[in-house]
Each structure stands twice: as structure tokens, then as C-alpha cells.
Design a protein around this ligand. Sequence first.
Ligand SMILES: Cc1nc(NNC(=O)[C@H](CC2CCCC2)CN(O)CO)c(F)c(N2CCN3CCOC[C@@H]3C2)n1
Ligand code: NI
Length: 186
Amino acid sequence: MFLMKDIVRDGDPVLRQEAADVTFPLSAEDQQLAKDLMEYLVVSQDPEQCKKYGLRAGVGLAAPQVGVSKKMASVLVPAPEEGGKSPFTDVIINPVIVSESVQMGALTEGEGCLSVDRDVPGFVPRHDRITLRYYDVNGEKHQVRLKNYPAIVCQHEIDHMHRTLFYDHINKDEPFARDDDMVMIE
Ligand SMILES: Cc1nc(NNC(=O)[C@H](CC2CCCC2)CN(O)CO)c(F)c(N2CCN3CCOC[C@@H]3C2)n1
Ligand code: NI
């Protein structure tokens, strides 16, 4: 199981590397990595377990953040309300954004990152809607249309595979600048 000590922090070159494609069928090592990446999210989203293991809660975790420069990330977007269905939960492998809306969206709270131990205030403009193509751990190909929160999370994770961190997108001069048709996501 990953703990905070396993999470690579900003400044480590692995976070600024282009990650490698994952090959199928998954090696035993990659299968374990996928399990561990998802387990981190599940544990961190349980308040009791999160506290017990001293984790920072997460809704996504990319392989480069645990020092593995591969195109794999777990995403666990919580159900909007108790007992509801998660809008998107999977381990995305070799993800490609095949199309993206002109309209931008951003989390009203800004973003953070388990690999960045500081607050970086500001809106992180991303595409509000994307069509995402990826493979799951079984090598099955998926093509999904995501919007708002799940779309934001996936873009944050895919950034980690392409040497990008969330604050790279924040407007330096005006961190809270927003164009009038940007969707603000709670
Ligand atoms: C938005 C949010 N970001 C949390 N952390 N940051 C992360 O997930 C980073 C990735 C996210 C940052 C913005 C987009 C993607 C991790 N990253 O660096 C991976 O690359 C949260 F923890 C969180 N939630 C809300 C839902 N809650 C359900 C119950 O459990 C607690 C949980 C807390 N929402
Ligand atoms: Ni991150």
C-alpha cells in the first residue's frame, strides 16, 4: 500500500518526464501498480483509514507520482451524494484525449496535488468536456465522454504523464482570471 513517503514531490525529475506507454498484457508488476494506485484512493477517501495512515485524500493518483514513469493513473470520483454512483472510477492506461470542448472549466476551489506540498492559489483552466480513450487493466479499450468534475480530474492525471503540474496552467499575472464562459465547478 502506498503511504505519503512513497509519493514523489515537486522537484523530482520524474514529474517532468514524458511517461512511457504501458504494454499489454500487463506484467505482474504493472497489475500490482494498478491495484496499489486505486487502493490509495479508496483508503484516502475513508476518513478513518485516511487518518490512520496519515494520508492526504485523493480522487486521482498517477504512476509518475510514485516514481513510475508509465502512462497509468487511478481515478475515483466520489458519488455526488451518499449512496449514489461514482461518475467515474477506473485505472486509465495509455489515455488519449481524442476531443475536447472549446469551453473551459475550472474548480472554484482551485487545485492541489499530492506531489506539491504547498498551496498554489488560482483557477486551473481545463476543457469542461472531453472524450477520453484509454485501456483498462484487462486491456479493454474504452472511449468515454466526461464533463465537469470527472473531466477535470482526468485532465489533471493525464498531465502527470506529460511532464505537467496543475500550477503550470495558472495565469501568473492574474491567478483568478476567468473568461466569462468558463464553467466554474463546485
Ligand atoms: C478535488 C479534490 N482533490 C482532492 N485531493 N487532491 C487530489 O485528489 C489530486 C488530484 C485532483 C486535484 C484537482 C483535480 C484532481 C491528487 N493528485 O495529485 C493526483 O495527481 C481531494 F481529496 C478531494 N476530495 C473531494 C472528495 N472527498 C470524498 C471523500 O474523501 C475525501 C475526498 C476529498 N477533491
Ligand atoms: Ni497531481
